[in-house]
Design a protein around this ligand. Structure first.
Ligand code: SF4
Length: 323
């Protein structure tokens, strides 16, 4: 199957100036040369700790933030270079939902107006009657009833607001949705409902997702392939089965070991990170993970490991592969 999206050597740097109230100046390499592909109807999980650059990657891919370097190919077209006007048709095809459902909805708009707004802005609907029918259809798609049209965001629960955010993303019939930590702020039972809804809508509407999360347990339920990020770089990329059963990178292994199990057949000793995530302002030389890696050796402090293929579709960036 051909790629819907291809990201080549994508970089996003933030340049910090030394001004009033700022202690440091320098460059934050939030996204530092990542390569990704997403096929139609596929879910690519993007995981890593807070500050690893996954949300920046999601926003740059959607051209909500300008890239520092690299290419973003959507159905073969490099959209990174397009003007605001040329980008409009692609904006319809690519949508985003955020972790903060309350913050992503205008508190002064009723749900009906919030859902109708993108349809009017993109001039997809002109008649009031048609708009009402479309909004009702969107509400039905996400499991809500037409009564919700007249309510305001503060009158809904967190789960209902996330359903509205999803309905809003669906309004323009997108092909790709970037889900940026969409369930992190929700209770466990509601998380499961939203994940199931995303899977159902993927089948029904033929959607592809980039699912951003810090929790490998959540990502497992929805992803076909998973990319693990550490300080702006992808350190391991594999299909779900390979990653969960044969993870090769020490960082991925550490993340996996921290997933709680209800009935472990074999007792497992969690691997504990030594130290905190280094500041992205001064990433360690060589392998960025060497300051926390239990297997680090001299080469790791000098030379940056490159992604190597270890199996079909499974790539890892670690010097241990050469030992
Ligand atoms: Fe650890 Fe070295 Fe592999 Fe980095 S390259 S993950 S420091 S063993």
């Amino acid at each position: 199957m051909s790629n819907l999206l291809e990201v080549r050597d994508l970089k996003k740097y933030y340049y910090l100036g030394k001004g009033a109230g700022k202690e440091q100046s320098g460059v934050v390499r939030a996204v530092d040369g990542i390569n990704l592909t997403v096929k139609k109807c596929e879910t690519l999980g993007l995981v890593g700790e807070s500050g690893c650059g996954k949300s920046s990657a999601g926003r740059v891919i959607l051209c909500l933030l300008p890239a520092t370097a690299g290419e973003i190919l959507y159905e073969g077209q490099n959209i990174e270079q397009l003007s605001h006007h040329q980008l409009l048709p692609y904006r319809r095809k690519m949508q985003i939902i955020f972790q903060d459902q309350a913050g992503s909805l205008n508190p002064q708009l009723t749900i009906g107006n919030a859902l109708g707004e993108p349809l009017l802005v993109h001039r997809l609907i002109r008649e009031k009657k048609e708009l009402k029918a479309k909004v009702e259809h969107l509400l039905e798609l996400v499991g809500l009833c037409p009564d919700h049209m007249c309510r305001y965001p503060h009158e809904l629960s967190g789960g209902q607001r996330q359903r509205i955010a999803l309905a809003r993303a669906l309004a323009l019939n997108p092909q790709l949705i970037v889900c940026d930590e969409p369930v992190s702020a929700l209770d466990l039972s509601i998380q499961a409902q939203i994940i199931n809804l995303l899977k159902e809508l993927q089948q029904k509407c033929g959607l592809a997702y980039i699912f951003i999360a810090h929790d490998l347990r959540v990502v497992k339920h929805i992803s076909d392939r998973i990319a693990v990020m550490y300080l702006g770089k992808i350190v391991e990329l594999a299909d779900k089965e390979s990653l969960y059963s044969r993870a090769k990178h020490p960082y991925t292994q550490t993340l996996l070991s921290s997933i709680p199990r209800l009935a472990p057949s074999v007792p497992r000793q969690p691997i504990i990170f030594s130290g905190d995530l280094p500041s992205p302002l001064c990433s360690p030389a060589g392998c960025h993970f060497h300051t926390r890696c239990p297997h680090a050796f001299v080469r790791c402090t000098i030379e940056e490991p490159l992604l190597q293929t270890v199996d079909f579709g499974h790539t890892v960036a670690c010097h241990l592969l050469d030992r």
